[in-house]
Write a protein that binds this ligand. Structure first.
Ligand code: ASN
Length: 348
């Protein structure tokens, strides 16, 4: 309930994924659920202190089918309804949820309301589903208030027990209910018997500015994951992809790569052409520090920039977003090394 005694209003946006599936009584097959009947299906939702409206995609998507066009579609729905609702819950397939959450965090500049993504490993209509708890808690968090403001004012993922910053989260399990982790940033809330909010780590927008969505992405981006014994032709082909603008290079440890002449030459040729190469680590935790070892320092000398402790999902979507905004390679390099919305840990 808000201070003006009006109930908090939540918009639930169903994009697809396992959570929205139920078993047909006739065929036994899994089919998309009609969210119009949500409160009949989960009567517990009526006990929440908020009103819930729903919008569902006409053709629900497996999240493997989701890319920039759908990120923009979700952002447009949020923007069109921004003044009407107090919070947004996006039901999404789990497989690429972390990419969508990262992308939305960049699209929705000046966001000051909660956008909580959730989904499930088992369909809503199955006996042991995790979807029901995830959905109820995500709505409860989206409706949480801090006086007359929403408690959460950023894009998050809620899954199993934890609320995580969206652009810090990765899917880490194909079958556990506890499928998402935020390794390099503390969880924002933990849902046990009650929900404990980690207030010092929750983002608060200091200046109240109107929401400013950005709807352009440039997908001339690639991921180069290093492995011992990699052949020159693989690296050469990838770096010579026509129109390539940015590369997320997943390196070893604290940002190290082979110092072979052929490898550094290809890297130098690419950065000289204006391709932005961002170094992130293959390790789950920790940050890139190219000054620590000679094998990292070589990359720095050849024009590679640090991605600090970024997730792959965040680095890829941030590159697409920055190039989509029409920035030059030099400007993209500068912004990649700043935290736009809490996606990396850098000293101010
Ligand atoms: N394949 C599904 C999806 O990402 C997986 C899930 O939602 N659990 O859409």
């Amino acid at each position: 309930m808000k201070e003006n005694n009006k109930p908090t209003s939540i918009l639930l946006i169903y994009t697809g994924g396992t959570i929205g599936m139920i078993q047909s009584q006739e065929t036994g097959l899994l089919e998309p659920f009609d969210f119009q009947y949500l409160s009949q299906f989960i009567p517990d939702l009526n006990a929440l202190d908020c009103t819930i409206s729903t919008i569902q995609f006409e053709n629900p998507l497996d999240s493997s089918e989701i890319g920039p066009d759908v990120w923009i579609k979700i952002a447009q729905i949020i923007t069109e309804n921004y003044a009407i609702y107090d919070g947004f819950v996006v039901l999404h397939g789990t497989d690429t949820m972390a990419f969508t959450a990262s992308a939305l965090s960049f699209i929705l500049e000046n966001l000051s309301k909660p956008v909580i993504l959730t989904g499930s490993q088992l369909p809503l209509g199955m006996l042991r589903t995790d979807g029901k708890e995830n959905l109820i808690t995500a709505i409860e968090i989206a409706a949480a208030r801090d006086g007359d403001s929403p408690l959460i004012q950023e894009v998050c993922i809620f899954f199993e027990n934890d609320l995580m910053r969206g652009n810090r989260t990765s899917k880490t399990s194909a079958d556990n209910f506890n499928a998402f982790h935020s390794y390099n940033y503390p969880v924002l809330a933990h849902a046990g018997i009650s929900i404990h909010y980690n207030l010092p780590h929750i983002y608060r927008s200091k200046l109240r500015k109107p929401l400013k969505p950005h709807y352009t992405f440039d997908n001339h981006i690639a991921i180069l994951k290093l492995f011992p014994g990699m052949s020159p032709s693989v690296v050469e082909n990838l770096l010579n992809t026509p129109n390539l603008k940015g590369v997320v290079m997943e390196t070893f440890g604290s940002g190290n790569a082979p110092s072979s002449e052929w490898f550094l030459k290809l890297i130098r040729e690419a950065t000289d052409k204006g391709i932005v190469i961002v170094n992130i680590t293959q390790c789950h935790t920790g940050s890139v520090e190219m000054g620590r070892y000679k094998t990292g320092h070589h990359l720095l000398e050849n024009g590679v920039i640090s991605g600090y402790d970024s997730t792959t999902e965040s680095a890829v979507t941030k590159l697409m977003f920055l190039f989509g905004s029409g920035l030059s390679p030099e400007e993209v390099k500068e912004y990649m090394q700043c935290s736009l919305i809490g996606e990396i840990t850098v000293e101010d």
